[in-house]
Design a protein around this ligand. Structure first.
Ligand SMILES: [Zn+2]
Length: 458
């Protein structure tokens, strides 16, 4: 929402579903200004500062005002506070009982949360996060005769060893700070929440507690962009990938998380043409974890934003240093975030495609074959439309296609029929679009099987 002319949605049809990407897009100079305001110098300074705490191990006590995680979070708090009086900054502190191997004693877990309240729909929020804790893993030597690698020694890993964690995840934390600085100079329709999570390395403890509470309080979190390891553009085997970021999203093919990853690609590549924001269609890397999963598990649309070129042998060691990181790359990934966050926070809410009566299944549905029996008849509703709503775009793609292939602006209607189109071989979505072309996340029509009938036999 802001004043300006609505620019009609551009239609683009690609003959190759595998490389197709819609160009619904318009460039909003206001969003471009936000993207361009992200400062590499500030991000680099934040990464250097985070390194100076020596360790940000959740369970290691701080030795003085410039050592350890307690000192680091005080610095984060004051940084957030300094950006704008509109940013509401707080610690969220929890006493957590020991569990597992890494969280080997009872401890304090403290998230640092900065809220930029929305001006039109403050109950609806967009989250951008990273974790500020670090880890130095000590592996037990491989037992003689065993082919298994040594196991992680929880107590040893928590000892007073250097754990600078500049890429994992000082880079994400630096980006979240810079996004908070830039975005808090502006106003958005929806609330934007900037979070530095604690104890990701110890089982995503901070994010677990935050996401659980958000679900219990029925918070309306539309999207979570979790940035974890965005400070490296070179791998340990000599490959560089400095113009691509990976966006991991959970199954199935049209989960809210998956559609968030498609949205990020569409928007971010428009505003940051030097970068590819490539979805990876799995919840995370093999045998690795991240804070986004805690949100997925509570039913929120969350993705992991992570380097396409991880330097694995530096992670969770004393060599995850500023010298071994790439602040220029982190700044480019922060710009990708800025484009997606601003677009989401300025857009109207998504239309409601819940069938009449709320039934999921086949008998009552908001997608049908129309009068001809060979059309796609789509219905949606929006009981409290925004005053600057322009209308809706229908999205289409083949069930074989990873990304949306077509976007059709259909006007301010609540039903649209595409003749001669088979609903059984295409996927359909619908987005709300405001007068400046800001599009909501899509609501997507998915086919649910009828519940299995358990038969009785004699
Ligand atoms: Zn991490």
């Amino acid at each position: 929402m802001r004043t300006g002319l609505f620019v009609a949605t551009v239609l683009l049809w690609s003959h190759s579903p595998l490389r197709a990407q819609i160009a619904t897009g318009v460039i909003d100079p206001f969003i471009q200004k936000i993207v361009d305001a992200i400062s590499e110098e500030r991000i680099a300074a934040h990464m250097r500062r985070l390194e100076t705490f020596e360790t940000r191990n959740t369970l290691t006590p701080s030795r003085g005002p410039n050592h350890g995680i307690a000192a680091a979070r005080q610095w984060l708090f004051e940084e957030f506070k300094s950006y704008s009086p509109r940013l509401q900054v707080r610690f969220e502190s929890h006493k957590v009982k020991k569990f597992g191997t890494r969280f080997f004693r009872d401890g304090q877990v403290v998230n640092v949360v900065a809220v930029l309240p929305g001006t039109r729909d403050p109950e609806r929020s967009i989250v951008v996060s990273a974790h500020y804790d670090t880890l130095h893993v000590v592996r037990k030597p491989t037992t003689a005769g065993s082919t298994e690698p040594g196991v992680i020694d929880g107590e040893m890993s928590a000892a007073e060893q250097s754990a600078p964690g500049v890429t994992d995840d000082g880079s994400g934390t630096a980006a979240v700070l810079e996004l908070a600085r830039v975005m808090s100079q502006q106003q958005f329709d929806a609330t934007v929440v900037f979070i530095a999570f604690d104890a990701e390395e110890y089982g995503s403890v901070g994010a677990n507690l935050y996401a659980t509470r958000a679900r219990e309080q029925k918070q309306r979190i539309d999207a979570v962009l979790n940035n974890d390891i965005i400070g490296s553009e070179a791998t340990g085997d000599g490959r560089t990938d400095s113009r691509r970021v990976h966006v991991f999203s959970e199954e199935p093919a049209d989960s809210a998380s998956r559609n968030l990853s498609r949205y990020i690609k569409d928007v971010a590549e428009r505003y940051v043409p030097s970068m590819k924001a490539d979805p990876v269609f799995r919840h995370d890397r093999f045998a690795r974890g991240g804070d986004h999963t805690q949100f997925n598990q509570e039913g929120f649309a969350a993705v992991r934003v992570t380097s396409a070129a991880e330097y694995l042998s530096n992670q969770h060691t004393g060599t995850d240093t500023f010298a071994n990181s790439s602040p220029g790359y982190t700044a480019r990934v922060a710009r990708v975030n800025a484009a997606a966050l601003a677009s989401l926070a300025l857009a109207p809410k998504a239309p409601d495609i819940t069938p009449p009566g709320g039934a999921q299944g086949r008998a009552v549905t908001n997608i049908g074959r129309g009068k001809s029996g060979y059309a796609a008849q789509l219905r949606w509703k929006n009981e409290t439309p925004e005053t600057d709503l322009a209308g809706y775009s229908v999205l289409l793609r083949s069930t074989l296609a990873p990304l949306w292939e077509r976007s059709i602006f259909v006007g301010n209607v609540n039903e649209y029929t595409l003749e001669g189109v088979s609903i059984d071989e295409l996927v359909f979505g619908v987005q709300a679009v405001d007068k400046e072309g800001h599009a909501s996340l899509p609501a997507v029509y998915v086919a649910a099987p009828a519940p299995k009938v358990r038969l009785e036999t004699e």
